[in-house]
Design a protein around this ligand. Structure first.
Ligand code: FES
Length: 264
């Protein structure tokens, strides 16, 4: 048996409820929630789709750590409450009393709750839209096609693995403070498109300028919480730092270009 302590919410009413679940050796937290929904409380709300760590819709806070419920085995988080919740900063709040044998399940932080464990993702997608997550290639295809070197492909691949589950956003202290902060997922994607050789040079510059501010690259605390929780091993902080380093390089390029044009 395993005991789940689940944060429930219906409008302004918030409460915690415990459920005893008959666990099996390979049971995931998502399956434990199915057990509750099917046998104990049909009203429990949570989101899922693929059940295989692909769609990213089952992200939630499990023992104060943002994780995918379908990818987290009950056995790995059972008796885990030796987890130092304090190290998760804002995520540790509100402090909830949990018995050693309970698994604490809460909705993803930094999002408004719609009901129980279901959060409103709309703002997250709006932030993503801001960075224009698409290639703005020109009409002309270069001779020989748009080729990508294996090195660039490797650099980009780290970021294309993102499944937009928003665990990074839920773990991010800057996103918790400032809802206008673009957040790790959007900023990592911005770098992915910057790196893409199909993107035209002028669009790359515009892309970087759009995130060169406090709501973008400079809002990051560089505490690597997003990297620590990503189930797909994406490294948003590294992408943010790479863009910060790229900004002065682009400025120098611009100055040289201006100098060259005036000489001509
Ligand atoms: S249900 Fe799709 S990632 Fe968990």
């Amino acid at each position: 048996m395993v005991r789940l302590k689940v944060r429930r919410q219906d409008g302004d009413r918030v409460w915690h409820e415990t459920f005893d679940v008959k666990d099996t050796p390979e049971m995931s937290v998502l399956e434990a929630l199915f057990y509750v929904q099917e046998r104990l409380d049909g009203g429990l709300c949570f989101r899922y789709s693929c059940r295989g760590a692909v769609c990213g819709s089952c992200a939630m806070l499990i023992n104060k750590v943002p994780r995918l419920a379908c990818r987290t085995q009950v056995s790995s988080v059972k008796n885990e409450m030796n987890v130092d919740a304090v190290k998760w900063g804002a995520l540790a709040r509100p402090v909830v009393k949990v018995a050693k044998d309970e698994i604490l399940i809460e909705p993803l932080p930094n999002f408004n709750v719609i009901r129980d464990l279901v959060v409103d993702m709309e703002h997250f997608y709006d932030l993503l839209d801001y960075i224009k997550p698409w290639i703005s290639a020109g009409d002309e295809v270069p001779k020989g096609g748009n080729l990508m070197s294996p090195e660039v492909e490797q650099q980009i691949e780290v970021y294309t693995n993102c499944i937009l589950c928003a665990t990074c956003h839920g773990a991010c202290p800057a996103a918790g403070r400032d809802e206008m902060y673009l957040g790790p997922a959007a900023l990592a994607k911005a770098w992915r498109f910057y790196l893409d050789p199909r993107e035209q040079e002028k669009d790359k510059h515009a892309r970087l300028e759009a995130v060169d501010n406090q709501s973008g690259l400079w809002g990051c605390d560089v505490v690597f919480k997003c990297v620590a929780v990503c189930p797909k091993k994406v490294t948003p902080t590294q992408g943010i730092l790479a863009q910060r380093r790229q900004i002065p390089k682009n400025r120098i390029k611009k100055v040289f270009k201006r100098g060259k044009n005036s000489e001509d």
